[in-house]
Ligand binder design. Structure first.
Ligand SMILES: [Zn+2]
Length: 267
């Protein structure tokens, strides 16, 4: 499906396909590899209290593990795109790119710790000044984002699920800074509104638990009772529950038992 979204994006330039790609990158591709052993999952169970089943170096390696390897080989291909006038930035990943235009070559680096942090910097590294367009994806989940060029804040509001276009002469050192605030929200099952997964920006958050959970609280002020409990990591603690419940991104789950869809008794 990501291959298909990639083709559809190239044909249409529609940010919806890039949004879809990002969502699958973090919650599908990255969630399918064990961060310490490098092994791949057979599948990711959605039942609460389940765990990921990992391949082993010599005994267990299913067809899905091969797909996992392919998906990882593809990681760099979804970050940047170009047409005759514009460089397109689709994903927020520390990287660099050389864009060959008719007037000459442009080199950019992207500095970010996204999704742990919401700040993204794009810096021109090439010597030759060039006039060109830059189109930056403003993701579907990013309300109240902001953008500045060399410290000057752009007045235009950044519309989620669109591209913000900048056309100018780019010189060495010009820096575009983008802030994309992430927030907690609930993504219900299509046919069962009370069963939902917790999301943080584009990330599915897994609750670390060995059983079904019923979560109580108010949805309007979720940030008041599901709080970040570690400065460096995306670790959240749900307060006021019957038992302790911590959430981390699904892609960080290795051998813990976890759940994704819980019953939310929310006001
Ligand atoms: Zn398979």
């Amino acid at each position: 499906m990501m291959h298909l979204a990639d083709y559809l994006f190239r044909w249409t330039g529609d940010s919806a396909y890039a949004d879809y790609y990002e969502r699958n990158l973090y919650n599908g591709v990255l969630a399918a590899q064990h961060s310490e052993t490098g092994m791949f999952t057979y599948f990711i169970p959605f039942k609460s209290g389940g765990h990921k089943i990992w391949s082993t170096p010599t005994m267990d390696f299913w067809c899905c593990c091969g797909t996992g390897v392919q998906a990882y080989a593809n990681l760099p291909s979804g970050i940047y795109f170009y047409d005759e006038q514009n460089l397109w930035v689709n994903l927020f990943v520390p990287s660099s790119v050389v864009w060959k235009t008719k007037q000459g070559q442009m080199q950019w680096t992207q500095e970010t710790n996204f999704p742990q942090d919401n700040r993204i910097r794009l810096i021109v590294r090439s010597e030759l000044p060039l006039e060109a367009g830059l189109r930056i994806r403003i993701p579907w989940w990013a309300e109240k984002g902001s953008l500045s060029v060399n410290g000057h804040r752009e007045k235009a509001t950044l519309k989620p699920s669109s591209y913000h276009a900048i056309k100018r002469t780019w010189r060495k050192g010009v820096t575009v800074e983008l802030i994309l605030p992430q927030k907690l929200w609930l993504c219900p099952l299509p046919d069962e509104e009370r069963k939902a997964s917790l999301m943080y920006g584009p990330l599915v958050m897994a609750g670390i638990t060995d059983r079904e959970e019923v979560i109580q609280g108010s949805v309007s002020n979720m940030a008041n009772w599901i709080k970040k409990s570690d400065e460096k990591r995306l670790l959240f603690h749900a307060h006021g529950q019957a038992g302790d419940l911590d959430f981390i991104p699904l892609f960080e789950i290795t051998d813990q038992k976890f759940g994704i869809y819980f019953d939310w008794k929310i006001g």
